[in-house]
Design a protein around this ligand. Sequence first.
Ligand code: COA
Length: 203
Amino acid sequence: MVRESGRCEQAGCLTWHYYFETVVPHLQTSRLLLRPLELADAEQAQLLFPHWEIVRYLSNIVPWPYPPDGAYKFYRDVALPAMERGDEWLWTLRLKTDPGQLIGSISLSKGENNRGFWLGLPWHGQGLMTEACEAVTDYWFDTLNFPVLRAPKAIANTASRRISEKNGMRTVAREERDYVYGRLPSEIWEITAEEWNAGRRSK
Ligand SMILES: CC(C)(COP(=O)(O)OP(=O)(O)OC[C@H]1O[C@@H](n2cnc3c(N)ncnc32)[C@H](O)[C@@H]1OP(=O)(O)O)[C@@H](O)C(=O)NCCC(=O)NCCS
């Protein structure tokens, strides 16, 4: 029940809420609110996420065609438990001008892919994910204190690669990876804490 709502007010549930508040903080940028993911977000995510333009260059662990309960099950069974374990940090994105509307999501993870994101189609091309990436990358280096951030991406994923370039990342390897689209040539993008901090100082 606690997992289901994340807002339960019964005794004991407070502990759960406090846990999420401390492990994944609220962040913000000039235009965006980054709110720790909750199971209740699945309803809006389910409406925005299942589009070919969004899923095609995501890992093939994303089921396609996307089932009607895909977001709910992913949040309940994968994302929220990973947040609870301290392995992943997930946020939903909202415009400050319309905080009730979820517009996308961004995540940080231990392992080989440290940062992932998607944005609903109506909000593409406005620099919003670049903004969200700056906030979570700061968090990765400054608060979580990881020494390096790495992210594989399909070479065909021009928008995502452009975000990496704008972040000051560089490619360190090429390999084939499996996406919803199928097997595609990919690059591993990387930036160290030193490079990230030097880039911020020069801005
Ligand atoms: C990747 C994604 C989050 C980008 O979000 P966004 O808010 O539109 O991105 P931004 O506006 O911050 O930056 C995108 C950059 O790519 C550029 N871009 C976007 N599409 C492009 C294209 N087809 N060709 C060339 N450049 C392109 C934009 O012009 C912008 O660069 P600029 O600031 O130099 O002009 C969005 O396209 C998305 O949700 N894609 C599907 C999910 C996905 O692929 N996630 C990443 C997996 S690695």
